[in-house]
Design a binder for this molecule. Structure first.
Ligand SMILES: Cc1cc2nc3c(=O)[nH]c(=O)nc-3n(C[C@H](O)[C@H](O)[C@H](O)COP(=O)(O)O)c2cc1C
Length: 391
């Protein structure tokens, strides 16, 4: 009964979202401040996070009028998988805490909208549980604080759970300085303990609905020293994962399926990833959460695309908040994009329905942008559709 009321409330809340910005506003209202800041924040002065968004804002489109095509084709294949439109849900920590629908709800939402989500090692739910509960295709992003032995074990579990593709994140040899988390007394990494339990308890009481929902899911909030390989045994937001290129190559050799390397920001590293056996590279600065001062991802995309040539697929994330941003990224050579915060805000605002709504919004915006530009298919996009100011 309560479940039904809550899910109807989510349907209504989702219908009221008309942009990613709306979802952010509702998420801020619904989440305890510590969780909102965990999602919304980035490293140090958050310069790189802003750069990501500013780079998209600086792009100008060069439309071709009177093309007459109002049904542009948005479908793509990514690593052999056909997607209805080129937006994937990127790997994110603590998804489990944002809403009871959690990572399984995210995977279902992605599948229902014709795309796929990537489950993070530290999302808060075991990969087996997400695969089983969602009955949706899952890709898995691997972190390992415990070296290669732990990484191998996680990769084996992912394979056994039926994960379709493995992603290795290479930009987290140590954790970025997320000052908003530090100020809440929970970093790094974000974790509940005796010192912060009282102030965080007060924050949770200020969001009784969130607290009640979470209590209903029976999640264990605290486990000092929890091991991420236990997934969800504790509340670990992220974990330093100092992979070398040799490690990446090793993991590639052991993984029988599509393999992605996430977190490259230069032609040189993109080539290294390809040489290590990556089928796809993700141009990413972790949404500005790692090295503050790193360049906007859109700025380095062309150099990566040129370096990789046809040897691997190139994806990008960071700062995508509108369908028009997806169009810009594709025009500069990305095959598809990933989003992080947009769907986390959607999840916090309205659960699985909120994630679906965000995907609908991005797709609708993307389609409208294509029609207004006079472009009938994503295959036709190229740099000539844009004006990009020099850095
Ligand atoms: C709250 C949060 C948690 C994240 N956790 C992970 C993670 O566990 N593994 C990872 O590879 N990237 C992680 N990321 C980075 C995202 O996968 C992605 O690169 C980034 O969010 C893209 O930028 P955007 O949020 O502007 O879309 C996280 C991002 C956020 C916002």
């Amino acid at each position: 009964m309560l479940d039904e009321l809550l899910s109807r409330a989510d349907v209504r809340a989702a219908q009221r979202l008309h942009s990613v910005r709306d979802a952010r506003r509702v998420a801020r209202r619904k989440l305890p401040a510590v969780l909102f800041d965990y999602v919304d924040g980035a490293a140090d002065d958050e310069v790189t996070m802003r750069r990501n968004e500013d780079a998209f804002a600086a792009v100008a489109f060069r439309p071709k009028m009177a093309s007459g095509d109002t049904q542009p084709r948005l479908g793509v294949t990514v690593l052999g998988k056909t997607l209805d439109f080129p937006v994937l849900l990127g790997p994110c920590g603590l998804v489990r805490l944002l809403h009871p629908d959690g990572p399984a709800g995210v995977a279902r939402a992605a599948a229902s909208k014709g795309t796929v989500s990537v489950l993070s090692t530290v999302a808060g739910s075991p990969v087996e549980e997400v695969a089983e509960e969602s009955r949706a295709p899952v890709w898995f992003q691997l972190y390992s604080a415990g070296g290669l032995a732990e990484a191998d074990a996680l990769s084996d579990r992912a394979a056994a759970a039926g994960v379709e593709a493995l992603m290795i994140t290479v930009d987290t040899p140590t954790l970025g300085n997320r000052e908003r988390d530090v100020r809440h007394g929970v970093a790094p990494p974000l974790r509940l303990d005796a010192h912060n339990a009282v102030p965080l308890g007060v924050q949770a009481l200020a969001r009784p609905r969130w607290a009640a929902q979470l209590a209903a899911t029976g999640i264990k909030l605290s486990r000092r020293g929890a091991d991420p390989s236990e997934h969800g045994g504790g509340l670990l937001s992220s974990v330093a994962s100092p992979f070398s290129w040799d490690d990446v190559e090793h993991l590639r050799r052991r993984w029988d399926g599509p393999f992605l390397v996430k977190g490259v920001l230069s032609a040189t590293d993109a080539r290294r990833a390809v040489d290590a056996g990556a089928d796809a590279v993700v141009v990413s600065n972790h949404g500005g959460r790692q090295l503050d001062g790193a360049p906007a991802t859109l700025r380095v995309l062309p150099e990566v695309v040129a370096a990789v040539g046809g040897d691997a697929e190139v994806l990008i994330d960071g700062g995508i908040r509108r369908g028009s941003h997806v169009v810009a990224a594709l025009a500069l050579g990305a095959r598809a994009v990933l989003v992080g915060r947009p769907y986390l805000f959607g999840l916090a605002a309205a659960g699985e329905r909120g994630v679906e709504r965000i995907l609908d919004i991005l797709r609708t915006e993307m389609r409208r942008t294509m029609v207004l530009m006079g472009c009938s298919s994503v295959d036709q996009l190229g740099p000539d559709w844009l004006e990009v100011p020099s850095p």
